[in-house]
Design a protein around this ligand. Structure first.
Ligand code: NAD
Length: 497
């Protein structure tokens, strides 16, 4: 936790100089049209600035610049060991600006300042550093050829990458893309969410300071249906990487098909099951994790443990423990270092979350705690962490991604039933199981159709483990060396000796 007080953070927020322009070829620039949109903080309703509202003309300018930079070889043909040095310097600069970046992130999208500082900034710099460190340790392949031939299997950067990212972890999601995309030599255009554009713009300047050449990392803030769509339909973008909702992910596949068949890699939504068996090694620990799994980051998590499946025989004993653990997760002012649940991203999203709470009532799930907007006097957008018990998997609150701190509790009677319920979802991002039985742990983990599986913990993993989804949670993987697949083409060169 930071030693700064809320008053300190408030003071720094007042003094913060916020860059709101786009970033193209190493320079901040206004949108070609001159248009802007208001960037309002969900923490307290203050206006943070008027951000460049980019559109088709900006996409044309940035793609042309990214292409020219890529073709020049100034970055794409730099020795991997040189790129590594610069990437590590970039990561160091993110760490050196941790407080500024954390403050921008909190003001922009509402997460608790302590989390922004302890999770988001270090997570972002780790992603850049890890990918940079890896790049001069990856070898290409030599095929098993006859004696008089040589077969080389080499990887090349794809060229121009457009990265369209969401607002829930703006720094981390951007750096999960930038780490491998830049390390492998591509030129990148980041399209941050219109709800959280500020840290991406700031990072672009730090990238220049680190030595990443102008034109290699460009940032175009703006709306999805304008600049996002323009990038997705662009004939000269080679690869589109995306994190966001399943609805938009599907649209991007259509855009790629309608344009140049660019590669499309999608990290999309989730409705993850957190399954507590009667033989969980420690019910209290499982209860604490269940609360954290839905409350961390205000539940605005693709991996939120939003469906809590509890074996019926222990449910009466277990639920009071969950309720007690939820008391640790009260909503508070996001700039207060003690706060664990901050503001939702904006009032539009608040209304969506409140709509799901109404749907829970309408479907006759039992409200156990929360259920209301709170802290209105701050001028910000806060909601109480909420539990609906005695739900079943057909209810809207069990099927749809709420993306807020709203937990849906569903009882089950057997391992088979738990697996069936958990898999009965269009999503397949993550799941957790709590059991002391080794065979049940392995068999259930195999049976669940998800990209990340946790046993006796929730949300574990680091840069060494791939992250991504099965089914409509997406394709491809962020993190680990598997992420490099997205940003490279494989070439086979066959030589007669
Ligand atoms: P979103 O899909 O609404 O927006 C994501 C991005 O797409 C934004 O930058 C947006 O401006 C852009 N966009 C919107 N319409 C577009 C269009 N027509 N063309 C091009 N771009 C367009 O998602 P969101 O609300 O920002 O984020 C929440 C979603 O992200 C949730 O569904 C969550 O599960 C998902 N998410 C997934 C992961 C993961 O790794 N799987 C991680 C974090 C968040």
């Amino acid at each position: 936790m930071t030693s700064l007080t809320r008053a300190d953070w408030e003071q720094r927020a007042q003094a913060l100089a916020i860059e709101c322009r786009a970033f193209v070829h190493g320079q901040p620039v206004d949108a070609v049209s001159g248009a802007t949109f208001d960037c309002i903080s969900p923490v307290d309703g203050r206006l943070l600035g008027k951000v460049a509202s980019c559109d088709l003309a900006d996409a044309e300018r940035a793609v042309a610049d990214a292409r020219a930079t890529f073709e020049s070889g100034v970055w794409s043909r730099l020795a991997p060991a040189e790129r590594k040095k610069i990437m590590i310097r970039f990561a160091d600069l993110l760490d050196a600006h941790a407080e500024e970046l954390a403050l921008l992130e909190t003001l922009d999208m509402g997460k608790p300042i302590s989390d922004a500082l302890s999770v988001d900034v270090p997570g972002a710099s780790r992603a850049i550093r890890w990918s940079g460190e890896a790049i001069d340790k990856i070898y290409d392949e030599v095929a098993a050829t006859p004696h008089n031939e040589l077969g080389l299997v080499t990887r090349e950067p794809v060229g121009v990458v457009a990265a369209i990212v969401p607002w829930n972890f703006p720094l981390i999601m951007t750096c999960w893309k930038l780490g491998p995309a830049l390390s492998t030599g591509n030129s990148v255009i980041v399209k941050p969410s219109e709800k959280s554009p500020l840290t991406a713009i700031r990072m672009a300047r730090l990238a220049i300071e680190a030595g990443i050449p102008a034109g290699v990392l460009n940032v175009l803030p703006g709306y999805g249906h304008t600049v996002g769509k323009a990038l997705a339909l662009h004939m000269d973008v080679d690869t589109l990487v995306f994190t966001g909702s399943t609805k938009i992910a599907k649209q991007l596949m259509i855009y790629a098909g309608e344009s140049n068949m660019k590669r499309v890699w999608l990290e999309a939504g989730g409705k993850s099951a957190n399954i507590v068996f009667a033989d969980a090694p420690c019910l209290k620990e499982a209860a604490a994790a269940a609360a954290a799994a839905i409350c961390f980051n205000q539940g605005e998590m693709c991996t939120a443990g939003s469906r809590l499946l509890v074996e019926r025989s222990i449910k009466d004993q277990f639920m009071p423990m969950v309720l007690e653990a939820m008391q640790e997760w009260q909503a508070g002012h996001a700039l207060d270092p003690a706060t664990r649940v901050g503001a939702l991203v904006d009032s539009q999203h608040l209304n969506a979350v409140l709509g799901y709470i109404e749907a829970g009532h309408a479907d006759k799930a039992k409200l156990v705690c929360g259920g209301k907007r709170t802290l209105e006097d701050t001028g910000g957008v806060y909601v109480e962490p909420t539990i609906f018990d005695d739900a079943h998997n057909d209810m809207r609150i069990a099927r749809e991604e709420i993306f807020g701190p709203v937990l849906t509790v569903i009882p089950f009677d057997s391992t088979e039933e738990a697996i069936r319920i958990a898999n009965d979802s269009i999503y397949g991002l993550a799941a957790a199981i709590w059991t002391s039985n080794l065979s049940r742990a392995h068999l259930t983990a195999k049976a669940l159709r998800v990209g990340s599986m946790w046993v006796n913990q929730y949300d574990g993993g680091d840069m060494t483990a791939p992250f991504g989804g099965f089914k409509q949670s997406g394709n491809g993987r962020d993190k680990s060396l598997h992420a490099f697949d997205k940003y490279t083409e494989i070439k086979a060169t066959w030589i007669k000796l």
